[in-house]
Write a protein that binds this ligand. Structure first.
Ligand SMILES: [Cu+2]
Length: 172
């Protein structure tokens, strides 16, 4: 499903970008009046181009460890989690550090957000929890401890109470 969404996103982005590209291409063919501010224009163009390249590089670099590319690697631990108003049900209470964990997350009722926090309360990753979908997110825990799952999508009166827990234990 995520693969199809990615392909759809790229296709739609291409369709949206095409008219802009056409306008830019067409405007370059129009005769340019001699401009005293030509140097500034060139600098502006260079700045915009460098910003675009920087943005692309940063986006690709930060998405490289793509957490949603959660194909079950050999040796991965699978944790199935279901969100309910207002609690989490995890089919595993303990995972092992140093081996990838694939969380398969679903909802029994409304939209929730599956946010995993380390023992110090720092969020590690999150994924959306939607009725009718199983979203996968992969993470390899390095530190043993008690981790918490908090709902990150307002889902009703006891949303704040929606806290789950699991343990990460050292590899034996
Ligand atoms: Cu919630």
């Amino acid at each position: 499903m995520q693969q199809q969404i990615l392909i759809l996103t790229i296709v739609v982005m291409t369709l949206v970008a095409y008219p802009f590209w056409r306008v830019v291409r067409t405007s370059q063919h129009a005769p340019q009046p001699p401009s005293p501010a030509g140097r500034i224009e060139r600098m502006r163009t260079a700045l915009l181009a460098s910003l675009a390249v920087t943005g692309l590089v940063v986006a690709v670099a930060t998405l490289r460890p793509w957490p949603h590319d959660a194909h079950a690697a050999p040796g991965a631990q699978i944790v199935r989690a279901v969100g309910y108003q207002w609690y989490w049900e995890l089919d595993t209470e303990e995972v092992t550090a140093g081996r990838p964990v694939v969380f398969e997350v679903a909802s029994a009722d409304v939209n929730h957000g599956f946010g995993v926090y380390d023992p110090s309360g720092t969020i590690l990753f999150q994924t959306q929890v939607m009725p009718g979908y199983v979203n996968k997110v992969k993470h390899t825990f390095t530190e043993p401890g008690t981790y918490r799952v908090l709902c990150l999508e307002y889902c009703g009166t006891a949303h704040h109470d929606m806290i789950g827990e699991f343990k990460v234990v050292a590899a034996r």
